[in-house]
Design a protein. Structure first.
Length: 249
């Protein structure tokens, strides 16, 4: 069985063993980080799903509220800052309606699966380890007496050509992204001036001009003082992936 087959075998097993499945989504790209195939598998098996929208500290509150109305049940959290994890735990226990709950955790790379698990488990977090009797790669953490968490191995596969999504949610390192200037210009179009503001430059009429301004501000220049937009783009992507560029500001 190839890596893809092994991945789906493990995902199917996690869904089967779980009472509830958490799908971890990136608040900046909620729709793009949903996986219709996994959601269908969860519902077809009669299991319950909770949409956990992570990194809520990086988007405006009104954007969060709009998505919360569209996706039910959902919880907005910032696992990094431990915001919303108490509400998530409460929703899990209320939804499961049983004393001991097994929770499966799925999500694209860099949406924060591990952070959510750690936040739920808190100081009582057991060392993550493979579990005997499960498909290779499935990790289990006992959060407390009532809550056990199963983490899916590997990553949910993307369509290979979706370079933009790979880059903006950090599934691919900024140093390895092809055509980073194209990715950053698309990002700037979606972010409506937030990227330029982060680097202290005025929003330009078009993203290409804005990117050149940022390169100049960062003193990233080639011979003759020409803005090095590729170098600047990799810096912007790196800052974006780390969460330094905040859409809520």
């Amino acid at each position: 069985m190839g890596p893809m087959g092994s991945f789906w075998k493990a995902v199917n097993e996690v869904i089967e063993k779980s009472d509830i499945v958490l799908e971890i989504l990136d608040a900046r790209f909620v729709d793009e980080t949903r996986n219709a195939e996994i959601e269908k598998k969860v519902l077809c098996r009669g299991k319950k799903i909770i949409y956990v929208i992570n990194k809520c500290d990086l988007v405006p509150k009104e954007q969060s509220e709009k998505k919360k109305k569209e996706l039910k049940p959902s919880v907005f959290i910032s696992a990094k800052d431990h915001l919303g994890t108490t509400m998530l735990r409460k929703l899990i226990l209320e939804t499961a309606k049983k004393e001991s709950v097994v929770v499966g955790v799925v999500g694209y790379p860099n949406t924060g699966k591990s952070s959510v698990i750690n936040a739920l488990a808190g100081r009582e977090k057991a060392k993550t380890s493979s579990v005997s009797g499960y498909t290779r790669g499935i990790q289990a953490v006992r959060a407390d007496k009532r809550l056990s968490l199963l983490d899916t191995p590997g990553v949910i596969p993307f369509m290979e050509e979706d370079e933009f999504l790979h880059a903006v949610i950090g599934a691919k390192d900024s140093s390895k992204v092809r055509e980073p200037d194209y990715i950053v210009m698309r990002l700037m179009e979606n972010a409506h001036g937030t990227v330029e503001k982060h680097y202290g430059v005025q929003e330009a009429e078009d993203p290409e001009q804005g990117l050149e301004k940022i390169a100049i501000r960062l003193n990233m220049l080639m011979k003759g003082g020409v803005p090095d937009v590729e170098k600047a783009s990799r810096k912007i992507l790196s800052d974006w992936q780390k969460g330094d560029i905040n859409l809520s500001r």
